[in-house]
Design a protein around this ligand. Structure first.
Ligand code: ADP
Length: 158
């Protein structure tokens, strides 16, 4: 069974990677979908996010990375995937994630959203927090894959 794991991944963190690794043990194939969202203005370009994610998952054979625009449901259908994976950290995630899952289920009831609970050590971690830790040079290596830590250095250390 194929699953997609959609998100902004601006940039990918160890919290995302944990969800990807665990999903790869449950599903035959996991397609990580980087959303090109015209409303958000990302720190990392689409090419940078793609490169960082590809490098991060390169040793997991049943995980592929793609980019997409538009509706997540359409990306799932294009890839013949019946499952959308999302991660849950805190109660506030629950509220917004439930709304998205209900909307998606209304559009196509054949596609299920599956939530994976965060590993406790990453429950506070988001791409935004990682950016802040990197900005203050406060040890971001503990929270992001090595290639992301390197990219942060390029951005922040002049
Ligand atoms: P989006 O902009 O779509 O919320 P993100 O890139 O922030 O995308 O996150 C993608 C998915 O990964 C979301 O389901 C989010 O809840 C989940 N996620 C993000 N950080 C973590 C984490 N530390 N642990 C578990 N899940 C996470």
């Amino acid at each position: 069974m194929k699953a997609i794991y959609p998100g902004s991944f601006d940039p990918v963190t160890l919290g995302h990677l944990d969800i990807i690794k665990r999903a790869s043990k449950i599903f035959d194939e996991v397609i990580v979908g980087i959303l090109n969202n015209s409303i958000k203005s990302p720190m990392f370009s689409m090419d940078e996010r793609l490169l960082m994610l590809k490098e991060t998952v390169k040793d997991i054979p049943n995980v592929n990375v793609k980019t997409f625009e538009g509706m997540t449901i359409d990306f799932a259908k294009e890839n013949d995937a019946k499952v959308i994976i999302r991660g849950l950290r805190v109660i506030s995630d629950y509220e917004s994630e439930m709304q998205i899952a209900h909307v998606n289920a209304t559009i196509d009831s054949d596609i299920e959203t599956v939530f994976l609970a965060t590993k406790m050590e990453y429950s506070f971690l988001s791409s935004t927090i990682a950016k802040e830790i990197a900005y203050y040079n406060a040890g971001v290596e503990k929270f992001v894959p090595p290639i992301v830590a390197d990219k942060f250095k390029e951005k922040y250390i002049k």
